[in-house]
Design a protein around this ligand. Structure first.
Ligand code: 26Q
Length: 821
């Protein structure tokens, strides 16, 4: 076996470091937190530890910023409504190589770093995959040394906290800023005005020619920047995540105040605060509310102003913007930035439409994350016109240009021209943000190979025909720092002893592990690491839920947002079927399994909330039934978030990636599980397709209809009732659920949910059931042959290095942004 490489610092030097850190922590506690060690709370120790390391971050931060300025090269601006960054302490400590020293330094003061680390709140400034991807990308951009800024919103309340009451999801406000946020730096000097509403005036020259438009908003807010440093691996580079917070231009309306209207005097202040108070908890259908559009424009406008200011501080004019800036739109949420840049170019900086359009089209790039029609953003024209009258004019002007281009080619039918239009005209007129982002960008990418193909064939078919070179694929990735090095120290230790340290800097080196996949001694050690991780999870479940689990059982895990297309329902129905079988043939040699579920539902998504209730009801009945003798347990872990994922994923044996084919754009959880040595049971959907190509067909369990088969079935109007009649196992499970076996107090509770499977089965739950149940029995077979199981899971870890977000980011850098990486 390869030897662990020596630690970079000799032990004596490290000892000095530790003592120095220990002294600095006390100093910080005293002078910056204002506490003596004897009276310091755990939170105080956390704050002091973060600030001590933060000082080291700041030196590198300033250095990175200065380097970018001096080089005046191209910068990347990543605009995203969501950054699901989770906890930051471990990220910073470990990327700077200070984790062990800080652990020892704190131990000198009798403080356990793991205990204080757990107090750091999760920055849950996102819903799910899209927000977490933005966080992984920020870390990778710093790690591969790309000068990049993330721009987003500093929500006072991130995604709601989920509690489960009597099986139902209850949403509570999340208060991540309660104890202050030691990672952020408020930049009062970096504030911009953002307007809404009002009128557009035209300024004409003496000879009566229209010179330019001036937008006179009737509401104005300040966008104040809060900067968080993003530390790359080994501290190579520190980039900035800049989050905007809304403040009133006039905190107190003096006239009102002096007239005795003390409450009315705060009107502006309250309105501003409302703007960046909450994150919309929807991740799959658009909220459609005015406040959401205001949030989108607010952060886009502040970001574009900031980008323009930075550019003009170093360059003559905005004509060179495309050479110096790539502005990336994370989905359509910031698509209004296209119109905002056009407005600044024309109305403020005096460019004509053609110049402005040229600059804009060569500056923006756009990533699409969904094909679900209900998730495609569009806004009613009257709302848009009232809030952003000048932008509406600009969108009409862009639209005229696009429609002319389409009409001047003979290849486009009127229907195709209509589908390209930025304005949806059937019924209520709406502005289509996807089309705006598409035409305003030089690159439009999907997030997995399959998703990108489907983009070309479905939502963007006609735009693709008009711009055949614009759509490209960038398969998602995950940062191996957080999703292996930090979350799975046991596995990392084993890997370092086995294949050396190279994989820590070059994830492709994990390939060397392939040679050990069938090595019995290595398999045993790999299994022991998994076992230890499972014991940790068992501890968490015992603490939080009082449920006792057997760590030798197969841990079967589905953790993600709750959505019908992700098919938690399929998994629950199969669980019920298995429960039935165990009870009817108790003598059989059943495999102990634990089914884990976790995830939040959008508060307004009725069926998703009902699915949570069902999972909890099924858990209650099965877990308390002595006849299954602990062979089957079901756990729904409340309040799933990034930190919980970091505990669950390293402990998983089986990863459930079972969406209806064609509907999950990529998935990124699938990658995290495979990297941490879980076997995937999944459909040929999203990035599962490419995971299968990497790990080999023999190392993944695939089932179900393929994307084209789903489309065909939907088109022909299939007969799910017949499918259900034909499968006894499925029929019995469905009858049990819909007759109230799991909801005796409300026997009709699940009638409609299950009824939908008989009626239309839009997500092919019934259709895929037999294939899924079969696949699960194949999983049982592999689990029984332990050497085979570990051979497969070791090969998963060895072969999924390609799904590192460093690879993804390098592809964005080379193929889209054209920046060195
Ligand atoms: C839109 C308008 C109004 C309110 C909310 C929204 C909204 C917010 C968030 C719509 C969608 C989202 C999030 C989508 C998302 O997370 N998509 C996931 O992106 C991942 C990263 O590319 C993919 O891996 C997943 O497949 C995809 O579902």
């Amino acid at each position: 076996m390869a030897k662990t490489s020596p630690s970079p610092k000799p032990a004596a030097a490290k000892q000095v470091d530790v003592l120095k850190l220990a002294a600095e922590i006390i100093e910080c506690l005293k002078y910056r937190v204002g506490k003596e060690p004897s009276v310091a709370t755990r939170h105080d120790w956390l704050t002091a530890s973060i600030k001590v390391v933060r000082d080291r971050v700041i030196d590198r931060w300033i250095d990175s910023t200065r380097r970018a300025y001096d080089q005046n090269g191209k910068r990347v601006y990543y605009l995203s409504m969501e950054f699901l960054i989770g906890r930051l302490m471990r990220d910073a400590f470990s990327n700077l190589g200070l984790m062990d020293s800080m652990r020892e330094a704190l131990a000198i003061h009798d403080v356990d770093i793991d205990i204080i680390a757990a107090l750091e709140p999760d920055a849950a400034l996102g819903n799910g995959g899209l927000g977490r991807l933005a966080a992984c990308f920020m870390e990778s951009m710093a790690s591969v040394d790309i000068p990049a800024h993330g721009y987003g919103i500093r929500y006072v309340h991130g995604l709601f906290r989920q509690e489960i009451h009597d099986g139902w999801q209850v949403e509570l406000p999340e208060t991540w800023l309660e104890h202050g946020n030691p990672w952020e730096f408020e930049r009062r000097e970096g504030a911009y005005e953002v307007g809404f509403g009002g009128k557009v005036a035209s300024i004409t020259s003496k000879d009566g020619r229209l010179e330019r438009h001036v937008w006179k908003p009737n509401e104005r807010f300040l966008a104040v920047a809060f900067d968080t440093p993003v530390v790359g691996w080994r501290g190579k580079r520190v980039n900035t995540l800049r989050l905007w917070s809304a403040m009133p231009v006039d905190p107190i309306l003096l006239d009102a105040f002096n007239a005795g209207d003390h409450i009315g005097a705060l009107r502006e202040s309250n309105k501003a605060e409302a703007l960046t108070r909450v994150l919309y908890p929807a991740d799959s259908h658009q909220a459609g509310q005015e406040l959401r559009l205001r949030q989108e424009y607010f952060f886009s406008a502040a970001s574009i102003q900031d980008i323009v200011r930075r550019h003009l501080s170093q360059n003559e004019s905005l004509s060179s913007l495309p050479e110096k800036a790539a502005i990336h739109l994370n989905d359509t949420h910031p698509a209004i930035a296209v119109a905002e840049l056009m407005r600044l170019l024309m109305d403020v900086h005096g460019h004509d439409f053609d110049e402005a359009w040229h600059i804009t089209r060569h500056t923006f790039a756009y990533t699409n994350h969904t094909l679900l029609p209900e998730a495609l953003e569009s806004w009613p024209v009257p709302l848009f016109e009232r809030l952003l009258p000048r932008h509406m004019q600009i969108i009409y002007a862009i639209n005229a240009e696009i429609l002319l281009k389409a009409r001047s080619s003979d290849d486009f039918t009127e229907d195709q021209v209509r589908s390209i239009s930025l304005i949806h005209e059937d019924g209520e007129r709406r502005v289509r943000m996807g089309n705006l982002a598409f035409v305003g960008a030089f690159s439009v990418n999907g997030v997995s190979a399959l998703h990108t193909d489907l983009m070309k064939e479905t939502v963007f078919a006609d735009l693709h025909k008009l711009y055949p070179n614009r759509i490209n694929n960038k398969t998602n990735g995950i940062t191996p720092r957080r999703w292996l090095l930090q979350c799975n120290p046991g596995l990392v230790g084993l890997l370092r002893e086995t294949i050396g340290d190279r994989f820590m800097d070059d994830i492709d080196a994990l390939r060397d592990l392939d040679a050990y996949a069938d090595d019995t001694a290595f398999q045993e050690r790999f299994a022991a690491v998994k076992r230890a991780n499972k014991e940790q999870l068992v501890g968490l479940v015992a603490d939080r839920m009082g449920i006792r689990l057997d760590p030798s059982a197969l841990f079967d895990v589905q953790i993600k947002r709750i959505h019908e297309y992700k098919r938690q329902l399929l998994n629950i129905i199969e669980t019920v079927a298995l429960y039935d079988q165990i009870r009817s043939r108790p003598e059989k040699d059943w495999l102990p399994r634990v089914k884990f579920f976790a995830g939040k539902a959008a508060p307004s998504y009725h069926n998703a909330k009902l699915i949570i209730k069902l999972a909890n009801d099924v858990a209650r009945v099965i877990n308390s039934d002595p006849s299954v003798r602990g062979l089957l347990k079901v756990v729904f872990l409340p309040n799933y978030n990034v930190s919980m994922a970091e505990v669950i994923i390293p402990a998983a044996d089986l990863s459930e990636q079972i969406s209806t084919a064609g509907l999950e754009a990529s998935g990124t959880g699938n990658m995290k599980f495979a990297l941490n040595g879980a076997l995937t049971i999944g459909t040929l959907d999203g990035a599962n397709v490419e995971i299968r190509e990497c790990v080999g067909d023999e190392n993944i369990v695939i089932f179900g209809l393929k994307a084209d088969e789903v489309a065909a079935r939907r088109a022909e109007g299939h007969n799910p009732r017949a499918v259900i009649e034909a499968s006894q196992e499925l029929r019995q499970a469905l009858e049990a659920i819909s007759s109230g076996v799991f909801s005796p107090d409300q026997p009709d509770l699940y009638k409609d949910l299950i009824g939908g499977l008989y009626e239309h089965d839009w997500f092919m739950v019934a259709v895929d059931f037999d294939s899924y149940a079969d696949a699960q029995r194949r999983v049982d077979g592999i689990w029984r042959e332990s050497p085979r199981w570990y051979g497969m899971t070791i090969r998963n870890t060895a072969r999924v290095g390609w799904f590192s977000s460093d690879r993804t980011i390098r592809q964005y850098a080379n193929e889209i942004w054209k920046v060195p990486a």
